[in-house]
Design a protein around this ligand. Structure first.
Ligand code: G
Ligand code: G
Ligand code: NA
Ligand code: MN
Length: 253
């Protein structure tokens, strides 16, 4: 199929929509925020997961278009939730290519002002793998975002080539432990030791640590006992459409 041509149509016609996966306090299960995960509402193929098109988006330099489209929908959603009294944050994924756009932070800042959203309600997460190329503009843009008051998370921590140096180089507030270290944490001493070390590191560096890919109550219990405070995973919920996310918030209060 004509992937590139179809992606360009999708970008111009607004076929990309966010799904929302809750992040929660391990102690209580209370929802602290949501990660927005893009889906492609394809006119004939139905709802497509980003694993089928994210690489093509990046290769064809459509990252900024995708980010803008998702960011606008998130800003609107935050504004709706704010009016309903829900002050949870939404976290949006960005790959480093997006930061190479010189107006990235300005675009984000304008969007927040326009929708009267406070900057601390938007988080941005960057995957380690996307930092490898070291786009020259990435550090500058991350620092500008940070100055705006936007929280930055380093995603998939531990799977990149230079995990520790990224912590030194860029101003992250959150570390997200990759789900490959959580998948069997209740039985696997190696995973347990790695997660323990990441939690200690986060503590020492004053960064908050979020465990990804929590699928079972047992994994939640183990992580909680280790001192991990925040998590995300199928145990609480898969990524869901906006109305289901709203229902989760309503049920919580
Ligand atoms: O739900 P999941 O299959 O939702 O996501 C698959 C991959 O796509 C993940 O690695 C996730 O980080 C990435 N991804 C999801 N949404 C976005 C997005 O809006 N921008 C970018 N750059 N990556 C995304
Ligand atoms: O790269 P990133 O960490 O953004 O990707 C998150 C991916 O992990 C998404 O595809 C999301 O749907 C998926 N995911 C979220 N929670 C779980 C989980 O508990 N188990 C598994 N296997 N995948 C998860
Ligand atoms: Na992510
Ligand atoms: Mn991740």
């Amino acid at each position: 199929w004509q992937l590139e041509a179809e992606l360009r149509v999708a970008a111009s016609e607004g076929q990309f929509i966010p799904y929302y996966q809750p992040k929660f306090e391990l102690a209580t299960g209370a929802i602290t925020g949501f990660e927005a995960l893009v889906r492609w509402q394809h006119p004939t193929r139905g709802l497509l997961s980003p694993v089928h098109f994210i690489d093509a988006i990046i290769a064809h330099k459509l990252s900024f278009e995708l980010f803008s489209q998702i960011a606008i929908q998130i800003a609107k959603q935050l504004s709706i939730w704010q009016k309903q009294g829900f002050l949870q944050h939404i976290c949006i994924n960005a790959d480093a290519a997006e930061f190479s756009h010189p107006n990235f932070s300005e675009m984000v800042s304008n969007l927040l002002t326009q929708h009267e959203i406070s900057t601390h309600q938007l988080h941005i997460e960057v995957t380690e793998s996307s930092l490898i190329q070291r786009h020259s503009n990435v550090k500058k843009q991350l620092e500008l975002l940070k100055e705006l008051g936007i929280c930055l998370a380093l995603d998939d921590f531990g799977t990149g080539y230079a995990s520790l140096s990224y912590l030194q180089e860029y101003p992250f507030d959150f570390i997200k432990i990759d789900k490959s270290f959580i998948s069997n944490i209740e039985n696997n001493p190696t995973q347990h030791a790695i997660v323990k070390a990441i939690l200690d590191l986060g503590n020492a560096l004053n960064m908050q640590v979020i465990a990804e890919g929590i699928e079972t109550e047992e994994q939640r219990d183990v992580l909680f006992a280790m001192g991990c405070k925040q998590g995300q995973g199928y145990w609480l919920s898969r990524p869901v459409p906006a109305d289901s996310a709203t229902n989760m918030l309503i049920q919580q209060y």
